[in-house]
Write a protein that binds this ligand. Structure first.
Ligand code: NAD
Ligand code: USQ
Length: 448
C-alpha cells in the first residue's frame, strides 16, 4: 500500500514508518521538526541520541535498500499539504503530526492556543485536502484514550448504546478530556466524524493509551535509527520517567495517591495496530473508533513494577508521592474495552519483566545524557500561567553499578509531598515578571 506518515520524525511516527517500509509498503514521511524545536524551547532532550531525520533515512536505505520519501512542511499550511497529497497519492494517511503533551498545553494561554490551533487546523486541512484531491484515501488518525476521561462506568470503543425515555440509539461515547491537549483530540474527533457523514470520507480514530518502549525490530538494526525516549516533566511519559529515576537514585515521582489508571501499550503494538487499521480500511462514510491499548495499570502499580525490576538489577528505589500538579482523579473506577484490534489480529506485547529490564537498561546505557534538572514537575494545572524556570543541568551520578544504593546529594525535597505545590505556587506568582521568549511557530506566532 502507499501510506503517508504525518509526523514521521516523532516517536510513534518514526517507528511506524520503518515498520511499514520493512513490510513492503511504499511509505512517505511528512514533518516540520516542531518536536525537535519544542525540546530546544524547554531546554530538554531525549535520553537517546536521535539523529537528524535525513541521516536516519540514509541509514535505513543503506541497510535495507528501501526508500522512504520525505516531505518537509507544516500540515497547518494547506498549500503544502494539498500538494503533498496530489504528489504522493497515498491510499492511507496516518496522522501523528500534532502537539501531544498534556503538560505543554497547560503551561499558559499561548501554549493552550498553540496546541489547539496546531492540532485542529492540521486535521481540518487534512480533511479538506482528502475531500478535494483524494476522497478515497483512508484517514487513520491518532486520538487518545484520554478523550474519555475517567467515567464511573465501562468505557466502550467510541460508541455507547443509550436508552432514553423509551427510545434507543447508538451515540458517540461521552467525552471528558482532562487537558487542553486532550480537548484538541476530542475536537478533532468531532470534525472527522462530521466530514465522514457530510462528505463520505472514511476514517479510523485510534484512541491510543500511553505508549512505552523504544525498540522495534527495525529500530534495533542500527544505533543510527534509534528512536526518542522522553523523560522530562513535559514530554516524558510516566514509565520512561520511572525507569530513568530508578537508575539515578531519584525517588519515583508518583503524582498524588497514584490510583490514576490508564491504558498502556508497547511501541511494537502501536506500529502493528496502525498497519492493521490501514489494511482493513473504514467504509465510505464510516467514522470508526478503536481503543488502542493492551493493558491497564495504575501509576502506583507501575511504580512498584519498576521498583521490583530495578532492585533485581541492583538499584535501590524509593517511591515518593508528590502533590499532583495535574487536575485528575487520583482514585477511580476504570474499565476500558479494547477488543476490536485484537479481533483484527493484534497479538499484544505485554509489559513483562524482560521488557522492563530492557527499558531500565536503556536508561543505564545513556545515563551520561540524563539531566536530572528536567525531572521536577513545574506546570501546575490549576494555574492559568506557569513560568518554567530553566534549572542548572544536573548530571546523573556515575558509578551506580558500584554503589547501587547510593542516593545523590540534594534530593531531600523530592520526598517532601509539599514540594511540588510550593514550587508551582512560586512559579505562578513569578510569571508576570519574566517575559517568555519562544521561537517562531511556537505559541505567540501569527498562527496562534
Ligand atoms: P511526537 O511529538 O514524538 O511526534 C509528533 C511529530 O509530529 C513530531 O515529529 C512533530 O515534529 C510533528 N508535527 C507536529 N506538528 C506538526 C505540524 N504542524 N506539521 C508537521 N509536523 C508536525 O509525538 P508521538 O509521541 O509520536 O505521538 C504521535 C501521535 O500519537 C500524537 O498525535 C499523539 O497525540 C498520539 N498519541 C501518542 C501517545 C504516546 O504515548 N506517545 C499516546 C496516545 C496518542
Ligand atoms: N504521572 C505520575 N508521575 C509522573 C508522570 C506522570 O504520576 O512523573 C501520572 C500522571 O499524573 C497521569 C499518568 O501518570 O495520571 C499518565 O501521565 P503521562 O505523562 O505518562 O501521560 P499523559 O499525560 O496521559 O499523556 C500521554 C501522551 C499523550 C497521550 C496519552 C494517552 O503524552 O500524547 O495522548 O499519554 S492517555 O493517557 O490515554 O490519554
Amino acid at each position: 500500500m502507499k501510506i503517508g506518515v504525518l509526523g514521521g520524525d516523532g516517536y510513534c511516527g518514526w517507528a511506524t514508518a520503518l515498520y511499514l517500509s520493512a513490510r513492503g509498503h511504499s511509505v512517505s514521511i511528512v514533518d516540520n521538526f516542531l518536536r525537535r524545536q519544542w525540546d530546544h524551547e524547554l531546554g530538554v532532550q531525549t535520553l537517546t541520541p536521535i539523529q537528524p531525520l535525513s541521516d536516519r533515512l540514509k541509514v535505513w536505505h543503506g541497510l535495507t535498500a528501501k526508500q522512504i520519501e520525505l516531505f518537509v512542511g507544516d500540515v497547518t499550511d494547506y498549500e503544502f499539504l494539498s500538494s503533498y497529497l496530489q504528489t504522493f497519492e497515498p491510499e492511507a494517511v496516518v496522522h501523528f503530526a500534532e502537539q501531544r503533551s498534556a503538560p505543554y498545553s497547560m503551561i499558559d494561554r499561548k501554549h493552550a492556543v498553540f496546541t489547539q490551533v496546531n492540532n485542529l487546523v492540521g486535521t481540518l486541512n487534512l480533511l479538506f485536502a482528502i475531500r478535494e484531491f483524494n476522497p478515497q484515501c483512508h484517514l487513520v488518525k491518532l486520538g487518545t484514550m484520554g478523550e474519555y476521561g475517567t467515567p464511573n462506568i465501562d468505557i466502550e470503543e467510541g460508541y455507547l448504546t443509550v436508552e432514553h425515555n423509551g427510545r434507543r440509539d447508538v451515540l458517540p461515547y461521552p467525552k471528558q478530556p482532562g487537558s487542553f491537549y486532550h480537548l484538541s483530540k476530542v475536537h478533532d474527533s468531532h470534525n472527522i466524524m462530521f466530514t465522514c457523514r457530510a462528505w463520505g470520507l472514511r476514517a479510523t480514530d485510534l484512541n491510543q493509551g500511553v505508549v512505552f518502549g523504544t525498540m522495534t525490530d527495525e529500530v534495533a538494526l542500527d544505533e543510527g535509527l534509534i528512536n526518542r525516549f522522553d523523560y522530562d516533566e513535559v514530554f516524558g511519559t510516566v514509565l520512561n520517567r520511572f525507569c530513568v529515576q530508578a537508575v539515578t537514585g531519584k525517588p519515583l515521582t508518583v503524582y498524588g495517591k497514584g490510583g490514576q489508571t490508564r491504558g498502556f501499550l508497547d511501541i511494537r503494538d502501536t506500529v502493528r495496530c496502525v498497519e492493521i487499521a490501514c489494511l482493513n480500511p473504514a467504509l465510505e462514510g464510516e467514522f470508526r473508533v478503536f481503543n488502542q491499548f493492551t493493558e491497564q495499570f495504575s501509576v502506583l502499580e507501575l511504580a512498584h513494577l519498576v521498583k521490583t525490576a530495578a532492585e533485581k538489577l541492583g538499584f535501590g528505589v524509593e517511591i515518593s508521592h508528590l502533590a499532583d500538579p495535574r487536575v485528575e482523579a487520583e482514585e477511580h473506577y476504570y474499565n476500558a474495552k479494547h477488543s476490536k484490534l485484537i479481533e483484527l489480529g493484534l497479538e499484544p506485547h505485554l509489559l513483562s519483566d524482560s521488557l522492563l529490564d530492557s527499558l531500565i537498561n536503556i536508561a543505564v546505557k545513556y545515563r551520561d545524557r540524563i539531566d536530572l534538572s528536567s525531572m521536577a514537575p513545574q506546570i501546575n494545572w490549576r494555574k492559568p500561567r506557569n513560568e518554567r524556570r530553566p534549572q542548572p543541568a544536573q548530571t546523573a551520578p556515575l558509578g551506580l553499578s558500584e554503589e547501587p544504593f547510593a542516593r545523590p546529594e540534594g534530593l531531600g525535597e523530592w520526598s517532601d509531598p509539599r514540594w511540588v505545590a510550593e514550587d508551582c505556587e512560586t512559579a505562578g506568582a513569578q510569571s508576570n515578571t519574566r517575559p517568555r521568549s519562544v521561537p517562531r511557530a511556537f505559541p505567540g506566532s501569527a498562527r496562534g
